[in-house]
Structures are given as structure tokens and as C-alpha cells.
Design a protein around this ligand. Structure first.
Ligand SMILES: Cc1cc2nc3c(=O)[nH]c(=O)nc-3n(C[C@H](O)[C@H](O)[C@H](O)COP(=O)(O)O)c2cc1C
Length: 219
């Protein structure tokens, strides 16, 4: 397609949503329990990577940046993901710990938005997760100076080869101190269900003193 055709395509396609309601009387009172129900439906719908989510952070000027990461755990109502602490997201979280997550399951016409403060998980938690990864992934974590400029692909491949050699006789590879988990502690979780005529259902859980309150928002 040419860019002109792309633009025409975007402007012409209109899709209505099916009529599957999201009702405040039937949702769970805890949003993580509600997430579990939706997650099961995502798995049953064979959605690829149902644990993928868009993470948005902001730099010190407030300029946002977004990328996909995998949700790897839920600890005490916190959403856990793993990454390089020196990456762009890591540097931004060090300056501004507030972040948001967005999950979109097109096949189910559903979106989940999660907002809150991010802290690092306990080192033992990162150690345990790292230890359970395949050897190649561990080497990859050591080899990648995530988000820094690479001269070329060979530089990365050479770093991997050197590390493979270094660790060739051992199964134990320590976790790099620049790599580990973060946990986002939600204060707001919104469930969005597409409905006909753009009259979508939006239920938002807001946390206040350890209690979750549910509000319905205009679509
Ligand atoms: C499906 C998918 C899953 C990803 N999962 C992760 C992840 O769990 N952790 C991670 O650091 N990067 C993950 N990435 C790569 C990130 O999107 C991003 O490129 C990388 O973390 C660097 O981001 P930054 O420069 O903004 O810090 C994933 C990308 C995709 C497309």
C-alpha cells in the first residue's frame, strides 16, 4: 500500500462493537480478581501474548514514552515486569516513579488501563525469576546494554559469544545488578468493554486507603 492508500483505508473502515455488557453489579469487588476473570477469557480466546502490556513512563520534563513489556507476576496487588534498570524506562522510572500500563485485547473488544507508582521488586524476587530463565536469556540480559546505541549487530553477537565462553562450564549465571523486576502498585484500574454505537462500558476501580471503589465513566 502507498501511504495515500493507508490513509484512505484508515478513514474508511468503521467497525461497531458487539453487545457484551460490563456491569457494576456482576464484576468482582477487587480489580485483580476481575483481571483474573478477563485474563482467563483472553487465554480461552487464544489471544497471543495475553500478558503483554504497553508501559508508559515519563522523563523529567514530563515527556512520555511507551513500549511493550510482559507482565510476569502479580505480588500483593502489584503488577510485576522485568527489564534492564539502565534502559530508557529504567532511567525514567528512577526520576519519575509514576507509570501506566495498557492492555488491549482486540478479539474481546477489551482494554485495561492500570496506573500507579513503580518500585523495584525485592532483590531475592529478581534473583529467583532470573534463575528460572533459560541460559540464553541470562546471557542476553548480560550482553544487552538496553536502549544504548550499538555500533552494529556484530558488537552484540560478539558480546554474547564472549559470555557463552565465560560461562561454558557452569549452569549458574548470576543476575546482573542492572537487571531485575519492577512492581507497579495500582491506585486505579479501568476495565473497558466495547459496546455498540460507541456507548462503551467503562468501570474504573479507584483505591483509597486500601479499599477499592468502583465508578462508571462516560465512554
Ligand atoms: C511482545 C513484546 C514483549 C516485550 N517484553 C519485554 C519485557 O518483558 N522486558 C523488556 O525489558 N522489554 C520487553 N520488550 C522490548 C520493549 O518493548 C523495549 O523495546 C525495550 O524494553 C526497551 O525499551 P526502553 O528503551 O523504552 O527502555 C518487549 C517487546 C515486545 C514487542
Amino acid at each position: 500500500m502507498s501511504l495515500e492508500e493507508v490513509k484512505n483505508y484508515m478513514n474508511q473502515i468503521r467497525r461497531d462493537f458487539s453487545d457484551k455488557p460490563l456491569n457494576e453489579n456482576t464484576v468482582k469487588s477487587n480489580p485483580l480478581d476481575q483481571y483474573a476473570i478477563w485474563f482467563e477469557e483472553a487465554v480461552n480466546s487464544q489471544i497471543l501474548d495475553p500478558y503483554a502490556m504497553c508501559l508508559s513512563t515519563a522523563n523529567k520534563k514530563g515527556a512520555p514514552s511507551s513500549r511493550i513489556v510482559y507482565m510476569r507476576d502479580i505480588i500483593d496487588e502489584s503488577v510485576v515486569f522485568y527489564t534492564n534498570y539502565n534502559s530508557q524506562k529504567g532511567k525514567e522510572l528512577a526520576i519519575n516513579p509514576f507509570a501506566s500500563l495498557n492492555i488491549y485485547w482486540a478479539e474481546l473488544e477489551r482494554q485495561i488501563r492500570i496506573e500507579g507508582k513503580v518500585i523495584k521488586v525485592a532483590p531475592e524476587v529478581s534473583d529467583a525469576y532470573f534463575a528460572a530463565r533459560p541460559k540464553e536469556s541470562k546471557i542476553g540480559a548480560w550482553a544487552s546494554h538496553q536502549s544504548n546505541v550499538l555500533e552494529n549487530r556484530i558488537e552484540l553477537e560478539n558480546a554474547v559469544a564472549d559470555l557463552m565462553e565465560k560461562y561454558k562450564d557452569t549452569e549458574f549465571i548470576p543476575r546482573p545488578d542492572f537487571w531485575g523486576g519492577y512492581q507497579l502498585q495500582p491506585t486505579k484500574i479501568e476495565f473497558w468493554q466495547g459496546r455498540p454505537s460507541r456507548l462503551h462500558d467503562r468501570l474504573v476501580y479507584v483505591k483509597n486507603k486500601d479499599r477499592w471503589r468502583i465508578e462508571r465513566l462516560n465512554p
